[in-house]
Design a protein. Structure first.
Length: 305
């Protein structure tokens, strides 16, 4: 092998090594997982022609860390909650792909693999995912110094049912459902919600997500608690929302009503509704389009300089 080929191979191996080590996955809970039953870990990943990868039967939650290139961190962090109707997680298309795009911009990104509601693995499946989202916020905030994160710039992002989970964290961050003896602030500083489920009402709610999280005969109290448009107040985090008008899976009314509630309480909010694209932007708009608008909003809010 000549010197030139050897140098190219060395550079390639170094780049591969750096890429493989850019991501670290840690257990979400350092000890026992709260609200859990003793059960086998039956997690599975399956190929999907539309979204590449779907992860199902999650009983052991984790946090995957995507650090920006060395010396390029801007202090902002975002926790990403993939969608999947609370029945699966689109861990690549709505997880690691987005995290890598954020990391390139200097944002420290975390993909939350949250538990999927199941009576077999949880004492109360309705609060399991929210426990995991709040624990993720707690973990990031407590380790902010280690990851070069500004405590005032920690946000949460969610797609579809992951948007419901993210908005639940933004409206119920004070729910006392995880251990927090240090009284760590669990309120996200901002939210990015992509074609989100917001409401569990019969009128505009997504029945599949509601049934998976609450069961088929939920109480009015549970429906009210998880209809997040009803729990916006002046302390709700600033929010970016994006949806498509022709979404037949999750009505755009979810984003519209959350936006109106934010405006009512004078919370900074930005909403983009594309005329076409269907649920999940599988056809349009392209990633660079809607993600670019989210980044512009983050720049306007001084989350990315």
């Amino acid at each position: 092998m000549n010197y030139k080929k050897s140098l190219i191979l060395t550079v390639f191996l170094l780049a591969t090594f750096q890429l493989s080590n850019a991501q670290q996955t840690i257990p979400l809970y350092p000890a026992k997982i709260p609200n859990s039953k003793l059960s086998a870990n039956e997690e599975q990943k399956t190929a999907n022609a539309l979204v590449d990868t779907v992860t199902r039967k999650v009983s052991v939650p984790t946090l995957s860390i995507f650090l920006p290139p060395k010396n390029q961190s801007n202090g902002t962090a975002v926790i990403i909650c993939p969608g999947g109707g609370y029945g699966g997680l689109l861990t690549k298309r709505e997880g690691s792909d987005v995290a890598r795009a954020f990391a390139k911009l200097g944002v420290t990104a975390f993909v939350l693999k949250y538990r999927l509601p199941d009576d077999v693995i949880m004492e109360d499946k309705s609060i399991g995912p929210l426990q995991d989202a709040l624990q993720a916020l707690k973990t990031v905030r407590q380790n902010a110094g280690k990851w070069n994160i500004d405590l005032k710039k920690i946000g949460i992002m969610g797609f579809s049912a992951g948007g419901h989970l993210a908005s639940s964290a933004g409206t119920h961050y004070d729910a006392r459902i995880i251990e927090n003896p240090e009284k760590t602030d669990l309120r996200p500083n901002f939210m990015v919600l992509v074609n989100p489920v917001i409401s569990f009402s019969d009128e505009i709610g997504h029945a599949g997500s509601r049934n998976n999280l609450l069961g088929k005969t939920p109480s009015a109290e549970k429906i009210n608690f998880f209809s997040n448009e009803l729990h916006v107040n002046q302390s709700t985090p600033q929010t970016f929302l994006v949806h498509t008008a022709d979404d037949t899976v999750v009505s755009p009314e979810n984003s519209l009503r959350f936006y109106y509630a934010l405006r009512k309480y004078k919370v900074n909010a930005e909403l983009h509704v594309y005329s076409e694209g269907e649920h999940g932007f599988l056809k349009k708009p392209v990633f660079e389009e809607w993600f670019g608008r989210a980044i512009n909003w983050m720049r306007d809010r001084h989350l990315i300089e």
